[in-house]
Design a binder for this molecule. Structure first.
Ligand code: PPS
Ligand code: ADP
Length: 629
């Protein structure tokens, strides 16, 4: 532990000393066993910044565990650091720091396994270039193509193609040239404008820092020279100030400051700013930093601003130059990298996090997905793990944004699963869809309250969910009859019926069911707005969509009724003979058989159809409804 803390202090001291040097951020990507750990270890070693005691430890470890006959095993260095993280030590080993006399480097090391695509997206979004590692014996692999695609998706235009393990192909120039030719073709299709190809052996040290005597035919630079001389990508278009507010600092009554890191442009006291999305204007009063007030603060600087006016600013807002502010919109075209274990389903609601702001979002349309091997555009109804696509997104409220090409901070977002809280996608905004600004709510004079009053009732939605044959339709039908007999105005929306009309274009795949429920929920909402008591009787197998439906209604207006019938019972009833067909394989995606049913966790009402008959359940349900409203 002490060793790591010393090391951290040493790194920090080094970085302070070298503050004047330029800093290149890059990522390394490659498949498992391409030799990435060895290469990074070698870079750290050859750049002489490997901290003294780590080197000693490495030497003795290599003798004990190394696979390299007593030579230093650089893979042990990187893997050793990873082991330290597992022990809960705080150094962020995903990012490594090293430097030469010319330049400092931060390398994001992205593991090659597919499940680490998530880390890659994060690493790529802040990198100036990517080192793509290829094993000379294997050539370009699917992983190489996938990683290169992600690299280009996250705006990297400069790739260093490191063809490793040249020692294992007898330093053969033809092997190298063949791989490079293939890669250049790929790069061109991906819009990667610069490719520097280097034949090397990370293990032997050929062309990493020292030129290789074994490959005199390579006239280009070594890897380290290439990294030292690479141009650092500009921050995109020249932009005015953007400060995404991370938190509002209120230490006492007299001070209210807005803290965050300058994402673009420059903050200067006296400058006119507007706060987005509200659009309220003010002037920067002070720039407060840890070591006193600043006269200006540029990109990357963490500061706290105070404004001249008492205006509303919250976490997630963006303080921007009044003369050049980002747009605000709620519909976007964006590239998406899906990282969820369960598929992306259009219409399903996810959290979208952009900077410090979190809003609710749906993918309204997958325009196309991309085959990462061929760059071919394919039609898609859903996205599986690691697929990439171009999509339209709809947010429940407008956010300030910028095209990713112009500003990585305000153009990037992630999607988060609302149930599991897992990050399921990384995205980059392309542009706003104008439709958002063009559709306005039509103001109407007759409203829900007026419509309900004339019907003498409080409208609401009774949402029945359960397996096919559980008894939804039977019970909903009995309940509607009772309510009608009591003088209520009702309407029953039944899955079987709605699927003959409004939803006749939909089948039973997961994505079609999501759309089925989205539409019926919207219809139910309109009917409640019309003042009706609406009974919805759909299997509605997914929690996410039932939650979405609930979100459309006001407090107390959504009553979830779980028609709780075990599969075995529903199957025994088999009113329509569908279970028999499903078991015989004649119907695909049948709920409970080969398509999931996610039972409600906290329904307002649960009906046990095994213990009670339909009449009893309907009667009790109506009693409950009358008692609670
Ligand atoms: N594959 C498959 N899975 C489930 N159900 C199937 C399927 N194919 C046809 N059916 C019939 O369609 C009715 C269910 O439609 P829903 O609109 O309620 O389904 S869902 O909410 O979209 O899941 C359902 O009606 P109920 O039995 O009234 O529930 C079935 O009769
Ligand atoms: N306790 C009960 N509640 C509801 N239905 C029941 C019950 N016991 C038996 N059934 C029978 O089960 C079948 C349920 O079918 P249905 O109402 O169409 O289900 P769903 O709409 O959920 O597919 C009907 O034939 C109904 O008579």
């Amino acid at each position: 532990m002490a060793r790591t803390e010393d090391a951290a202090a040493e790194v920090a001291a080094y970085l302070r000393k070298h503050e004047t040097k330029s800093l290149l951020r890059f990522i390394t990507c490659g498949s498992v066993d391409d030799g990435k750990s060895t290469l990074i270890g070698r870079l750290l070693h050859d750049s002489k910044l490997l901290l003294g005691d780590q080197l000693a430890a490495l030497q003795s470890d290599s003798l004990r565990h190394g696979t390299q006959n007593g030579e230093i095993d650089f893979a042990l260095l990187v893997d050793g650091l990873a082991a330290e993280r597992e022990q809960g030590i705080t150094i962020d080993v995903a990012y490594r720091f090293f430097g030469t006399d010319k330049r400092d480097f931060i390398v994001a090391d992205c593991p090659g396994h597919e499940q680490y695509t998530r880390n890659m997206a994060t690493g790529a979004s802040t990198a100036d270039l990517a080192v793509v590692l290829v094993d000379a014996r294997k050539g370009l692999l699917t992983q190489t193509r996938r990683h290169s695609y992600i690299v280009s998706l996250f705006g990297i235009r400069h790739v260093v193609l490191a063809v490793n393990k040249m020692d294992l192909v007898d330093y053969d120039q033809a092997v190298f040239e063949g791989i490079v030719a293939g890669y250049r073709e790929l790069a061109e299709r991906l819009g990667i404008t610069q490719v520097d190809a280097i034949p090397l052996s990370a293990l032997k040290g050929d062309n990493v820092q020292a030129r290789s005597a074994a490959m005199p035919w390579h006239r280009g630079a070594t890897l380290l020279e290439t990294l030292e001389n690479a141009q650092i990508s500009p921050a995109g278009r020249d932009l005015g100030l953007r400060l995404p507010v991370q938190w509002v600092a209120r230490p006492n009554q007299d001070f209210r400051g807005f803290a965050g890191t300058v994402a673009a442009g420059e903050a200067v006291p006296g400058a006119r700013v507007i706060v987005l999305p509200s659009g309220r204007a003010s002037t920067i009063e002070r720039i407060v930093a840890a070591d006193g007030d600043l006269a200006r603060a540029g990109r990357g600087r963490a500061v706290t601003l105070t404004l001249a006016d008492e205006i509303d600013v919250s976490r997630g807002d963006v303080i921007a130059a009044a003369s050049d502010a980002p747009e605000v919109a709620d519909q976007f075209a964006a590239h998406l990298l899906w990282m969820g274990d369960s598929p992306l389903l259009p219409g399903r609601s996810y959290w979208l996090k952009s900077g410090a702001r979190t809003v609710s979002a749906q993918v309204t349309e997958i325009k196309h997905k991309v085959d990462v091997n061929t760059q071919e555009r394919l039609a898609a109804k859903h996205l599986d793990l690691n697929e990439v696509a171009y999509c339209n997104l709809y947010l429940d409220q407008p956010i300030p944004f910028e095209a990713y090409a112009d500003n990585r901070e305000l153009g990037a977002f992630v999607l988060i699963d609302r149930q599991t809280d897992a990050t399921v996608a990384a995205g980059t905004i392309d542009f706003a869809l104008r439709r958002a600004g063009n559709i306005h709510w039509q103001h109407v004079d007759v409203d829900k309250a007026a419509r309900s009053r004339i019907k003498g009732q409080h409208p609401y939605c009774l949402w029945f969910t359960g397996l096919s044959g559980s008894g939804k339709s039977t019970i909903a039908n009995l309940v509607e009859k009772r309510l009608l007999a009591m003088g209520h105005h009702t309407y029953l929306l039944d899955g079987d019926n709605v699927r003959h009309g409004l939803n006749k274009d939909l089948g039973f795949t997961d994505e079609d069911r999501v759309e089925n429920i989205r539409r019926v929920a919207e219809v139910a909402k309109l009917m409640v707005d019309a003042g009706l008591i609406v009974l919805v009787s759909f299997i509605s197998p997914f929690r996410a969509e039932r939650r979405m439906a609930r979100g459309l209604f006001g407090e107390g207006e959504f009553v979830e009724v779980f028609v709780d019938t075990p599969l075995a019972v529903a199957e025994r009833r088999d009113v329509k003979g569908l279970y028999a067909k499903a078991r015989a394989g004649l119907i695909k995606n049948f709920t409970g058989i080969d398509s999931p049913y996610e039972a409600p966790e906290r329904p307002e009402i649960s009906l046990d159809t095994v213990a009670y008959d339909a009449e009893t359940l309907a009667e009790r349900l109506v009693e409950r409804l009358l008692a609670t409203r």
